[in-house]
Design a protein around this ligand. Structure first.
Ligand SMILES: NC(=O)c1ccc[n+]([C@@H]2O[C@H](COP(=O)([O-])OP(=O)(O)OC[C@H]3O[C@@H](n4cnc5c(N)ncnc54)[C@H](OP(=O)(O)O)[C@@H]3O)[C@@H](O)[C@H]2O)c1
Length: 256
């Protein structure tokens, strides 16, 4: 029998170099802090530089990176800059995302396009650039895509957003399938409603409070509710044989 690894070692990320997109607020900020607290070096990327500087000031394991994930031409140079900070990347957390609030008949073409470009196309292109580097270096790595409970359950968000997250979930499986032989694991976290800048106004509204009453656990989540799912997929020791998986963290919303 293999020796039992204590939990502290199982989730020790020393030696990992992570890029977290959308790290200037909400879930991404929490992801960057959790990975850094477990020993990883973390490049925290987003467009709001002041926020990233504050975050980087909280830990010597975190460096800021200005990145618009929809700017394809900037992805290669951004990965170079990220690697200049802490060395070759081993982990990518595709977290940057935007909501899309309208009913289908009220959705402008530009709104649909913006949601798909940020939530889906950017995940495709950044993951591709990241994986190409790992494959060239013959190095193992991992990608964690942030999808959503609405990838499978419609009726609790806009169609543009739900469709984008369903695409992220399917992309996760396709990436996992293509890159398993290169020792690149790809998994998705599917959060339910979690307090963040994206959701706080809605969660405080009458419609949001009504939705919370329908969540089996009768509450919205806190970003810390995703710590365990993040660490599980980030750690090759903990989830080395898991790829193409998705993990719901939604207080039971998908069951309702
Ligand atoms: N909160 C929830 O209930 C929930 C549930 C399921 C899934 N999610 C997903 O979780 C992820 C994080 O959401 P959140 O709730 O933490 O929302 P948030 O607080 O609004 O954060 C979104 C982050 O994405 C970044 N971002 C947006 N567009 C970007 C772009 N073009 N380039 C680079 N960064 C960009 C923002 O940074 P800048 O504006 O500084 O660039 C920000 O850091 C999203 O993918 C969201 O769909 C959230």
């Amino acid at each position: 029998m293999s020796p039992i690894t204590p939990a502290q070692q199982l989730f020790d990320l020393t030696g990992e170099v992570a890029l977290v997109t959308g790290a200037s607020s909400g879930l991404g900020r929490r992801f960057a802090k959790v990975l850094a607290a477990h020993g990883a070096k973390v490049v925290a990327a987003a467009r709001r530089t002041d926020r990233l500087k504050d975050l980087a000031a909280s830990s010597t394991n975190i460096a800021p990176l200005v990145l618009d994930v929809t700017d394809n031409a900037s992805l290669g140079p951004a990965l170079d800059e990220a690697e200049n900070a802490f060395g070759p990347l081993t982990l990518l957390v595709n977290n940057a995302g935007i909501g899309g609030g309208s009913r289908i008949v009220d959705t402008e073409p530009g709104e649909w396009d913006a949601v798909q470009e940020t939530n889906v196309a950017a995940v495709f292109h950044l993951s591709r650039a990241f994986a190409k580097r790992l494959i060239a270096q013959k190095a193992p790595g991992a990608i964690i895509n942030i999808a959503s409970v609405v990838a499978e359950k419609v009726g609790v968000s806009s169609a543009s957003y739900a469709a984008s997250k369903a695409a992220v979930l399917h992309l996760t499986k396709a990436q996992a399938f293509e890159w398993a032989k290169h020792q690149i694991r790809v998994n998705a976290i599917c959060p339910g409603y979690i307090h963040s800048e994206m959701t706080d106004d809605y969660l405080a509204s009458a419609a949001g409070l009504d939705m919370i009453r329908r969540v089996p656990q009768r509450r919205a989540g806190d970003p810390s509710d995703l710590d365990g799912a993040l660490l599980l997929f980030a750690s090759a020791r903990a989830s080395g044989f898991i790829t193409g998986a998705s993990l719901l963290a939604d207080g039971g919303l998908a069951l309702a």
